[in-house]
Write a protein that binds this ligand. Structure first.
Ligand SMILES: [Cu+2]
Length: 344
């Protein structure tokens, strides 16, 4: 790699090993080109479906992602299916993410996000490269400088299933922008896990999944389905979509009483002069301090965190171990990195 990087283990609590979280500018400096870094942590009390991704700039959008599956004998649904399948769904751009971000943060975009060129399952799909000139940064098929190359008729991902078996499909949206609705033609899906938390099984036809979420559905393989084209089936009035209120944790737990409350106002704001969109937290945009990560500042402050951070940084300091209730107000969809679903 020509750039620094870090690998984030999405969904891991990292309780006691914060410095292994892999978030560059927060828990570590990026790993420099040509250097190595070993992530070493134990996971005592989590299992289920997670993923990992590069956490420096927009690198993960270019494909530095993968699943992270943790098995446990304590899983409540472990005897309810025959085989495991991993299904990473993602949007895909033919253009490298660095060019896309530079465009998005320029006046040329007028604040409009780049529209993905394709959708992938486990990193694969086919594309008609004669369509490529319609992409944001056009490239002739088979040519280009290595950044924007398009090759027609690439193979798709194929899952081979056996009739009569039940499959645990671990669906992960590893994409950057688009959400998906996942369904299996003429099969009901039983959702049993969401974001690494076991759920009371709930039957649906379609599983909507946003960026960075994981949803586990079981499908019982029946007669081979009569497939319908997407444009005929997608708007069917007979589909039950999974909704947030249908998810009930299998191991019900009340949320602990909060000692303090932190309110975060999340938004996208348009800088009027340039018409450039920026992500805001409490009315301020943010830039990671890559050469001076937050955790390093804590370490160098000798434990006196309150003395280290100036008012320009949103760092909540606690004197001792406390329960913090974070209230997120947002008009947009927010990507929660580590959270646990409690009973409500
Ligand atoms: Cu993540």
């Amino acid at each position: 790699m020509v750039n620094g990087t870090a690998i984030h283990w999405h969904g891991m609590f990292q309780n006691g090993t914060n410095w292994m979280d892999g978030t560059s500018g927060v828990t570590q400096c990026p790993i420099p080109p040509g250097q190595s870094f070993t992530y070493n942590f134990t996971v005592p009390n989590q299992w289920g479906t997670f993923w990992w991704h590069a956490h420096a700039g927009s690198q993960y959008v270019d494909g530095i992602v993968g699943p992270l599956i943790i098995h446990s004998p304590d899983e409540p649904h472990v005897d309810k299916y025959n085989q495991d399948l991993i299904m990473m769904v993602s949007d895909h751009y033919h253009t490298d993410s660095g060019s896309l971000v530079a465009w998005y943060l320029s006046t040329a975009s007028e604040g409009v996000e780049p529209v993905p060129d394709n959708g992938l399952i486990n990193g694969r799909n086919s594309f008609d490269c004669s369509m490529a000139p319609e992409a944001l940064f056009p490239s002739a098929p088979g040519s280009g400088n290595g950044k924007n190359r398009c090759i027609s008729d690439a193979p798709r991902t194929i899952f081979e299933v056996e009739q009569g078996l039940t499959y645990r499909i671990r669906i992960i949206n590893t994409g950057s922008f688009a959400d998906f609705k996942v369904s299996v033609d003429e099969h009901e899906l039983t959702v049993i896990e969401a974001d690494g938390v076991d759920m009371v099984p709930v039957k649906v036809q379609r599983v909507p999944i946003h960026v960075a979420q994981s949803r586990i559905a079981k499908a019982f393989s029946q007669e081979p389905p009569e497939s319908a084209d997407w444009k005929e089936s997608a708007w069917s009035p007979h589909c039950d979509d999974l909704k947030a209120e249908m998810l009930k944790p299998f191991f019900a737990r009340d949320a602990p009483k909060a000692d303090i409350q932190v309110v975060l106002e999340m938004s996208f704001q348009t800088i009027t002069r340039d018409r450039v969109n920026m992500g805001y937290v409490n009315r301020t945009s943010w830039r990671p301090q890559l050469d001076n990560p937050t955790m390093l500042q804590v370490a160098e402050g000798g434990g006196n965190s309150a003395m280290v951070f100036d008012a320009s940084q949103l760092v909540v300091t606690l004197e001792t171990v406390q329960t913090v209730e974070i209230v997120v107000n947002s008009k947009q969809i927010i990507w929660m990195k580590e959270h646990i679903l409690f009973t409500w």
